[in-house]
Design a protein around this ligand. Structure first.
Ligand code: SAH
Ligand code: SF4
Ligand code: F3S
Length: 473
């Protein structure tokens, strides 16, 4: 039986999924299995969920067959993300048929979007929990154990899980995510996040710094500060301007923990990233020179329809400012093809924007209408699917050539790289990132190094996504 179940599950397994694992699951009487989909916030939330469950005597397992509780932390950002989860649920239905006591819970954005409807649509689901309701999981599990279906999708204006120490899942022991805020107030018209994650709120600055310091003391060497719009971080409980912690100030507080702790952050909204943040980045060597700056479109008219609140020119000026202050800064982006009413000319504007910005990397999508969003209510999704796909292909092809060029341009340069572990292909090689977030692979040689160490690497070759080099002194 085990083999067939494995097969069913593996066949529907998607690249995005992962199954976290606690150090010694045998010390717990009950076991849970969790898969996370979507953005880094979801992966980070799964670590909060693991902490809450651990308090209840649940240990994480990589093997869903020994779990009495199976959780899917879901994403609603595009229709395809939801389809992936539904396929996964179908696979678990087969497992549950043979293991009736097993509980299946749906967490995250899809739980929030569909609420109790989930229970009608997917009969095998026992528990539905939204992103602000994870503290109620123990109660919901008890309820479900008595055979009832249980749901909590209340959103909160305050919840930041600031006091919960995440249990690091599937960690390399070197890099970790730290959530600094939740929700989003921006209302980009295409986006479901404001509805699934609720209002924006910033987490207590001291709890963030303490979590980062604790990670450093446990051997971690890189933290990524997470939020949908990190530049609007603002923590000011005393309502005293002089004590307010802005994102720039927070970056500095984390940077001074130790010069050996690297700091990254994601995501920046072009309208909110300030000179203060850029100067703070430039001032501290350990704040990585890399900014993910989603552009979405190169056309001012489309940007306005998306409610991004900047123009093409404003965005370009921002990129120029980043390059003025930090000439070596890596920049990546997100692009959407075929948003409502986008013309061929406006699509060309996106391509020319990419030519001007020369991104090192990009995430590229075709527009997927999401129920309930402002765009779904206001506009017609009128660009034919094949046009969206063709435009997306042009965007991807152009970006591939830019990525290749960007990586090739690094040949001959020397970078400080933080070793994250063995390279995927060979135990004889290390892999790690440079400050600009480029993955770098190089032979271990005979130097006594370990993951978490910094080394200087001179680049000798490159693909469109990896730098290849040699350690130098
Ligand atoms: N908070 C981040 C983005 C979060 S979602 C920001 O503001 O930049 C990640 C990316 O998914 C977005 O940048 C966008 O490019 C893409 N995306 C969001 N909604 C989408 C939709 N309905 N269709 C296609 N792509 C979408
Ligand atoms: Fe969505 Fe816009 Fe908020 Fe990003 S900033 S999460 S795209 S609404
Ligand atoms: Fe997806 Fe929710 Fe993140 S919709 S992208 S998991 S905030």
């Amino acid at each position: 039986m085990a083999d067939t179940l494995h097969k069913v599950i593996e066949e529907t397994r998607q690249g995005e999924a992962y199954s976290p694992f606690a150090n010694d699951p045998n010390q717990y009487s009950k076991k849970f299995y969790i898969e996370s989909y979507g953005c880094q916030m979801n992966f980070s939330d799964s670590e909060i969920v693991a902490s809450i469950l651990q308090e209840e005597g649940f240990g994480a397992t990589r093997n869903f067959e020994e779990a009495s509780l199976v959780l899917l932390n879901t994403c609603s950002i595009r229709e395809k993300a939801e389809q992936t989860v539904r396929h996964r649920l179908q696979a678990f239905r087969k497992v549950k048929e043979q293991k009736p006591g097993m509980l299946v819970g749906v967490l995250g954005c899809m739980a929030e979007r569909l609420k109790a409807k989930f229970l009608e649509e997917e009969k095998l689901v026992d528990i539905v929990v939204g992103p602000d309701a994870y503290r109620s999981l123990p109660g919901l599990i008890s309820e479900a154990e008595t055979g009832q279906k249980s749901v909590n999708v209340l959103l909160s204006r305050e919840e930041t899980y600031a006091d919960i120490a995440p249990v690091r899942l599937d960690s390399n022991g070197v890099t970790a995510f730290v959530s600094i805020m939740r929700g989003c107030n921006n209302m980009c018209t295409f986006c479901v996040v404001p509805f699934t994650r609720g209002r924006e709120r910033s987490r207590d600055a001291e709890s963030i710094v303490n979590e980062c310091r604790d990670l450093f003391e446990r051997g971690y060497r890189e933290v990524t500060l997470l939020g949908q719009n990190v530049d609007s971080y603002y923590y000011n409980p005393a309502e005293d301007e002089t004590q307010a912690v802005t994102f720039g100030r927070l970056l500095e507080k984390v940077a001074i923990i130790s010069p050996l702790l690297r700091i990254r952050f994601s995501t920046s909204h072009p309208k909110d990233i300030t000179d203060d943040v850029l100067h703070t980045m430039a001032r501290y060597e350990n704040i990585c020179k890399y900014i993910h700056l989603p552009v979405q479109s190169g056309s001012t008219r489309i940007l306005q329809m998306m409610n991004r609140t900047y123009t093409r020119e404003w965005y370009l000026a921002k990129v120029q400012r980043i390059r003025e202050i930090m000439p070596d800064c890596g920049i990546s982006t997100d692009v959407i093809s075929g948003f409502c009413t986008e013309t061929e000319e406006e699509h060309q504007d996106t391509l020319s924007m990419m030519e001007l910005c020369r991104y090192d990397m990009a995430y590229m999508f075709s527009y997927s209408e999401r129920p309930g969003t402002l765009a779904a209510r206001r506009y017609q999704d009128d660009v034919p699917e094949e046009v969206k796909k063709r435009r997306l292909e042009e965007i991807i092809n152009l970006q591939n050539s830019h990525s290749r060029e960007s990586y090739k341009n690094d040949i001959g340069k020397t970078f400080k790289v933080l070793i994250e572990g063995d390279s995927k292909r060979s135990e004889l090689k290390w892999c790690g990132r440079n400050s600009q977030n480029k993955m770098t692979v190089f032979p271990k040689g005979d130097r006594q190094l370990t993951k978490g160490d910094y080394v200087n690497v001179t680049i000798t070759d490159a693909t469109a996504a990896t730098l290849i080099g040699e350690i130098v002194n």
